[in-house]
Design a protein around this ligand. Structure first.
Ligand SMILES: C[S@@+](CC[C@H](N)C(=O)[O-])C[C@H]1O[C@@H](n2cnc3c(N)ncnc32)[C@H](O)[C@@H]1O
Length: 266
């Protein structure tokens, strides 16, 4: 049995204050990712809800394969929604005023999702439930599945702590999350210090863990106050325990995130 506490502090570097990450996502590759995970569907005429879609990079990268008038984006970042609307006014941009510890700390805890009347062929969420506690994820997934048309698919990503890309010297996802942005380093990612190896190894085997600013958290039920970073990681078995009927697919290169696929109902 592990002797590690439920919360494992990590060393702070540089400025010790939690850094707030920009609300505008610069991530790319979302269209290619879901296109591959969904088996390269014919997107034409399909209605898509991009939940937590930020500025709509998915739509941009679809490059005409998804019609803007058939694309809806719901996000708790008002800034991202406004920017998405500025870029693609023909699409549907909906601000969701719900609390998220990292992305919308001023929001309303537990606010119901916006009422949307269309039914969607695809509801997608890239790296959204990697930033929400499990009870919220379960609740939101239930609500999103109810928005699916017959034959529709909900596809969302999660990050498995012990997964690593093939190839020598590739770091596990939990090290990647820790190295990349979570230790308060101001520029280049730096390796996690060796004395934290036990905590990292524990995280790699954990069903659930989270990087909360400078802390590695193992208790999924711990309440999370406003913070600069809240990254949730799940083992595939944990994903299956939350969503027993889901089809779970491994990451497609060059991405590191698994995909969970669900239909309208069980
Ligand atoms: C890591 S970003 C990913 C953004 C986008 N999917 C992409 O791939 O660029 C997470 C996004 O989820 C949004 N988000 C977090 N909690 C949310 C919630 N409960 N409902 C809707 N969006 C949420 C954030 O505002 C942010 O835009």
């Amino acid at each position: 049995m592990s002797t590690l506490p439920g919360r494992q502090p990590l060393p702070r570097r540089g400025d010790a204050r939690p850094r707030r990450v920009s609300s505008i996502s610069t991530k790319t590759g979302q269209f290619a990712y879901f296109d591959a995970q969904l088996g390269r569907p014919d997107w034409s005429g399909r209605r898509v809800l991009d939940f937590g879609g930020n500025v709509g990079t998915f739509l941009e990268e679809a490059a005409g394969r998804v019609q803007p008038s058939l694309y809806w984006c719901v996000d708790v970042s008002r800034t991202a929604i406004e920017e998405g609307r500025r870029r693609r006014p023909q699409a549907h941009w909906i601000f969701y005023d719900r609390y998220n510890p990292q992305f919308h700390p001023g929001g309303v805890p537990g606010l119901d999702p916006p009422a949307l009347t269309p039914r969607f062929d695809y509801v997608l969420a890239y790296s959204v439930f990697t930033h929400t506690p499990d009870h919220e994820t379960v609740e939101l997934v239930r609500a999103l599945r109810s928005l699916l048309a017959d034959g529709g698919v909900l596809a969302f990503t999660f990050i498995a702590p012990n997964w690593a890309p093939r190839g020598e010297g590739q770091e596990s996802n939990v090290r990647w999350r820790l190295n990349s942005r979570s230790l308060g380093s101001t520029s280049e990612p730096r390796p996690v210090p060796a004395h934290l190896d036990a905590a990292v190894e524990h995280a790699q085997e954990a069903p659930w863990c989270a990087v909360v600013d400078h802390t590695l958290l193992f208790d999924a039920r711990a309440p999370i106050g406003p913070c600069g970073r809240y990254d949730v990681l799940w083992s595939p078995d944990h994903a299956r325990s939350l969503f027993p009927t889901a089809e779970i697919r491994p990451p497609v290169a060059p991405e590191r995130q698994h995909c969970c696929l669900l239909g309208p109902t069980d």
